[in-house]
Write a protein that binds this ligand. Structure first.
Ligand code: FES
Length: 99
């Protein structure tokens, strides 16, 4: 199991190694990261991997098409495309809705 820290929500969840983040988030009703198209074309799920990018899948073609290389360099990813591979990952994102 990997551990994912969802910084804006100040919550940590365990995610099975190799699972798609969006699949994991589907089961968590306390996470405010939003998803739209789920196919890597709308950008609603934009997030930044603060720590542990080496523990996630590499950016796929949808992400390299949608995001600027310099943003990817800084850890920006599309949440609907990322897979959590192992260990620990810390994520943050904008647009945290008020609780
Ligand atoms: S949900 Fe649309 S790009 Fe991820």
């Amino acid at each position: 199991m990997a551990k994912v820290h969802f910084k804006p929500d100040n919550i940590t969840h365990e995610v099975p190694d190799g699972d798609a983040l969006i699949k994991a988030c589907d089961g968590f009703d306390d996470i405010t990261l939003g998803f739209g198209c789920t196919e890597g074309t709308c950008g609603v799920c934009e997030l930044t991997i603060v720590e542990g990018s080496e523990n996630c899948s590499k950016p796929n073609e949808n992400e390299t098409d949608y995001l600027y290389p310099e943003d990817i360099e800084e850890g920006m990813r599309l949440g609907c495309q990322v897979r959590v591979l192992k260990d620990e990952v810390t994520l943050t994102w904008k647009g945290n809705r008020a609780k």
